[in-house]
Design a protein around this ligand. Structure first.
Ligand code: IDP
Ligand code: MG
Length: 147
């Protein structure tokens, strides 16, 4: 499988719960290496733009309010099949449905405050990486995976 890059967020509930280290450790334990990390509080415009695809959904306003309620950790993760692997480690959107041992099963509060975001496909990974890390290459280099 190819070495890929994907985009991850530790949401405000994860930062508030004090599980930044444990979330990153879980990623590292499955071969997802952070190649860029930023901690910041999102503006309303940044959160609305990031979740624009959900604009028509009934939970959109609440989601933006939640995502701007405190600092988040923005990350680019790299590894073999990183996009699908990240989604596996995260678990289902609703923590009640998330498989045991996944990040959301272990740390999420509810379907909204679900601790992590992860890109769901190669196209969204590229778009989301460049949205928050315009300076970072969206593609992994062969040598990076071998270091
Ligand atoms: P995902 O994060 O697993 O990809 P999406 O369907 O893309 O899930 O939804 C984006 C985010 O919107 C979720 O992670 C969650 O924070 C929030 N969300 C999704 N569905 C609901 C809902 O039914 N009620 C409240 N918030 C929701
Ligand atoms: Mg999604």
């Amino acid at each position: 499988m190819a070495i890929e890059r994907t985009f991850s967020i530790i949401k405000p509930d994860g930062v508030e719960k004090g599980v930044i280290g444990r979330v990153i450790a879980r990623f590292e334990s499955v071969g997802l290496k952070p190649v860029a990390i930023k901690l910041k509080r999102l503006s309303q415009a940044e959160a609305e733009g990031f979740y624009a695809v959900h604009k028509a959904r009934p939970f959109f306003a609440d989601l933006v309010k939640f995502m701007t309620s405190g600092p988040v950790v923005l990350m680019v993760l790299e590894g073999e099949g990183a996009i699908a692997k990240n989604r596996e480690v995260m678990g289902a959107t609703d923590p009640k449905k998330a498989a045991p041992g996944t990040l959301r099963a272990d740390f999420a509060t509810d379907i909204e405050k679900n601790t992590v975001h992860g890109s769901d496909a190669p196209e969204t990974a590229k778009g989301e990486i460049s949205y928050f890390f315009p300076e970072i290459d969206v593609h992994a280099y062969e040598w990076v995976g071998k270091r």
